[in-house]
Design a protein around this ligand. Structure first.
Ligand SMILES: Cc1cc2nc3c(=O)[nH]c(=O)nc-3n(C[C@H](O)[C@H](O)[C@H](O)COP(=O)(O)OP(=O)(O)OC[C@H]3O[C@@H](n4cnc5c(N)ncnc54)[C@H](O)[C@@H]3O)c2cc1C
Length: 471
């Protein structure tokens, strides 16, 4: 029987482990933290009984993941729950833009831009599964659906600032801009439309669900399936050097490229060392979790039915904030992602007190306190919010990095979506999971297709490892 060691138990590490174990490989997972899950953990971060997600919260890409869909994770307790509105984007002095799973309902709320929204997303949403089959693996492969890819490519390669001009109203532009900002890069740079287009297309196909009981349910389901196939997980084991690894035929690393170099040093070929050293990390998140008495007092009450709320004003304001953050400047009004997971999943609340999750985009390694800026962005669209806060827990970039070594400087997307790194990460290669040492593979979000709790980086890396084992 072949053997494998997986370093790291984030969704990609666990996805890799499950795929290998289901393929008959004897798998051990080593996790540095005392609890498994990396970016898919949840817990009582503010007051007892309130469940907050540490990191990933909304899962259009998880529900739409070509690999996770094959696993039947529902049998292991994973239950997706959908809010009434996937995402709301409140605006100063105007009504909020609302993103629904239904393309028609979204278009109907966008007035003059409804038909344009439909034209932009109908084919991407309708063909999302085909698109995902090509885009959620390395792009230097023969496409399975070349026509879909040819239709997506020209739009995806545009800067988000250029694509936003397709829409005529500030409302539709803002809605697109808030999702495009998940690229975590300057929106006037090439290919910054790609992430937003994919997330919106996935949302129109699968919605933006949360996992019942917290994103930890994804971790638990993957770990249960791994155990069923004989895999084991050891926590509190940080791998720092090759000697920390048990003997195995293949090793998969759910770590950042810099950590690969720290662990394997000179054993990594110099051309790969060079590209890993050039690998750029993204700006940071500053996370604030709130326990809130009652609900958030949104000016536009329809925001109360949304799982995700994007706080950043109109498109130009978001683009400026993202430009500042990418340039290392803290904006006065940072772009904030707010989560009301309890809207879809009331099991996370206790006796009228609800968990509200928020994070601001801040410069890499930001050392200031962005809590007031986050509260001010919420108050801007929900005056009186501050009076309802019962408890607050903050995770600054340094806390995020301490909590999970993959989150270098507070980077929550496994590396910048800048330049060629959007698609070629961590280096340009047909098999970017290979690190140049036979039998060792990178399986984290720093490899294609990048960030998100979809497990596809792990699945693709495990495929590469299985090819190696079959040789
Ligand atoms: C605040 C925040 C919000 C997010 N929101 C969303 C969202 O709504 N939807 C979504 O899909 N995604 C979201 N993400 C992104 C998503 O969580 C990540 O893209 C995903 O978790 C990456 O998975 P991974 O397995 O590559 O790495 P991680 O989840 O980071 O896991 C890596 C694991 O490896 C361990 N490890 C690292 N180095 C070592 C070592 N040397 N030895 C042993 N163990 C090691 C770490 O402790 C960690 O457990 C969010 C992330 C954050 C932080």
């Amino acid at each position: 029987m072949s053997t494998a060691v997986v370093v790291g138990s984030g969704p990609n590490g666990l996805a890799a482990a499950v795929h290998l174990a289901r393929s008959g490989v004897d798998v051990q997972v080593l996790e540095a933290a005392e609890v498994i899950g990396g970016g898919t953990r949840s817990g009582e971060l503010t007051v007892p009984g309130l469940i907050h997600d540490h990191c990933s919260a909304f899962h259009p890409m998880g529900a739409g993941s070509p690999f996770l869909q094959t696993l039947g994770l529902e049998r292991y307790g994973l239950r997706w729950l959908w809010p009434e509105v996937d995402c709301a984007h409140p605006r100063d002095g105007g009504d909020a833009a609302l993103l629904h799973r239904s393309l028609g309902a979204t278009a109907a709320g966008l007035g003059a831009d409804g038909p344009r929204w439909r034209r932009m997303f109908a084919d991407l949403a309708g063909g999302f599964d085909a698109l995902a089959a090509d885009l959620m693996r390395p792009v230097l492969n023969v496409p399975r659906h070349p026509l879909r890819l040819a239709a997506f490519g020209p739009r995806a390669l545009l800067p988000a600032t250029a694509l936003a001009r397709w829409f005529r109203t500030p409302k539709a532009r803002a809605l697109f801009g808030g999702v495009a900002a998940h690229a975590y890069h300057r929106l006037d740079r090439p290919a910054t439309s790609a992430v937003g287009l994919m997330i919106i297309a996935a949302g129109h196909r699968y919605g933006w669900p949360v996992a019942e009981g917290g994103s930890v349910a994804i971790t638990r389901a993957l770990a249960a399936q791994l155990a069923e196939h004989g895999g084991t997980i050891h926590t509190g084991v940080r791998v720092r050097r090759p000697a920390d690894l048990p003997a195995a035929d293949v090793v998969l690393l759910d770590v950042a490229p810099g950590a690969v170099l720290q662990i394997f040093g000179d054993a990594v070929p110099s051309r790969i060392v060079k590209s890993y050293r050039k690998f750029r990390h993204a700006p940071a998140a500053f996370k604030v979790d709130f326990a809130v008495d009652g609900t958030v007092p949104w000016t536009d009450p329809r925001c109360g039915g949304a799982g995700t709320v994007h706080l950043g004003g109109d498109f130009d304001e978001i683009a400026c904030a993202e430009r500042d953050v990418a340039s290392g400047r803290m904006p006065d009004r940072p772009f904030v992602v707010l989560g009301q997971q309890y809207v879809a999943d009331p099991t996370r609340s206790r006796g009228g007190v609800n968990p509200v999750y928020a994070y601001a985009h801040v410069p890499a390694g930001y050392t200031g306190d962005a809590t007031a800026a986050v509260v001010a962005q919420i108050e801007r669209f929900a005056p009186g919010f501050g009076d309802r806060i019962v408890a607050t827990t903050v995770a600054a970039p340094a806390d995020l990095a301490r909590d999970n070594p993959n989150q270098l400087g507070g980077d929550i997307v496994g590396g910048a979506n800048a330049g060629v790194q959007v698609v070629f990460r961590p280096r340009i290669a047909p098999d970017p999971y290979r690190i140049g040492i036979p039998g060792v593979f990178l399986c984290s979000a720093s490899a294609p297709p990048g960030a998100g709790a979809h497990g596809m980086c792990g699945f693709n890396a495990a495929e590469s490892a299985l090819r190696h084992l079959r040789r």
